[in-house]
Design a protein around this ligand. Sequence first.
Ligand code: FVT
Ligand code: MG
Length: 324
Amino acid sequence: MDSLRRPRRNRQSGVLRDMVQETRLHVSDFILPLFVLEGRNLRTEVASIPGIFRHSPDLLLDEIGRCIDLGIKAFDLFPNLSDDKKDRTASESHNPDGLYLQTIQAIKTKYPDVLLMTDVAMDPYSSDGHDGLVENGVILNDETLEILARMAVAQAQAGADLIGPSDMMDGRVGYLRKALDNAGFKHVGIISYSAKYASAFYGPFRDALASAPKFGDKKTYQMNPANSREALIEAELDTQEGADILMVKPALTYLDIISLLRQNSQLPIAAYNVSGEYAMIKAAAQNGWLDGERAMMESLMSIKRAGADVILTYFAKEAAQLLA
Ligand SMILES: NCC(=O)CCC(=O)O
Ligand SMILES: [Mg+2]
């Protein structure tokens, strides 16, 4: 071997490997999804997202306190509602006395410095289990926008810092931006689920919220996993409509999409490391088939290396502990 180039030279010690490391994870990269449930003193584990719990508001505040101690300062809140709170028009989503808006208020009152992201979509409140308004089995686009706008403004009023439209209706970022501005919430940002794919990896999340669609699937609004150019169209539209951060979801089976958006956009890029991606690693680790911690850190690193500035992940607490 007479090559002058020996890449292994830079790998020969821990100090050198650390020095030339190209990508680093930091706890400030993470947003932890949280599930809130009606009641008091309740904490139920999501069976298919082991280690992740639905908390009643009182216990959720304690949980956020523990996360802050680990350095996690950003959260994304989702409500688990009983069926009697769900209807065709998702009216519970703008009930000021309802679980979700009350919990936003409680979190921001107790922890004003955390960054609280909220979810805008009809599915947790919809008796149809869809992200948009349903008529004769069809998900209506423009009629849904008004409902989403009312939801977003109510969330901003309750104290949300960052609004996360996850519904994939066309034109909703611009519609929400105008509604927020008109209501005096010019400072409230929009993190848009720009490229959200119709994925099998959301299954455990729908268990957590009991929000699976009551008929059909979400393929008329979420993207076809086969498409990447279409992600550029979605990203461009969301950018023109005023999105502050673009998101790709899921993350691990869409690292190419994260990279594509990173190269084609000046905005921060977020990636949602979804419930099924978490569950796969947990299940394999519980079986002794994988080193769960190493698989977790390698997955998170790959998402950041692909170009994500922000990672929504159920691993946030465990990863924060390892990074500390
Ligand atoms: N709108 C939020 C989600 O659909 C989350 C999916 C997941 O974690 O599987
Ligand atoms: Mg779109």
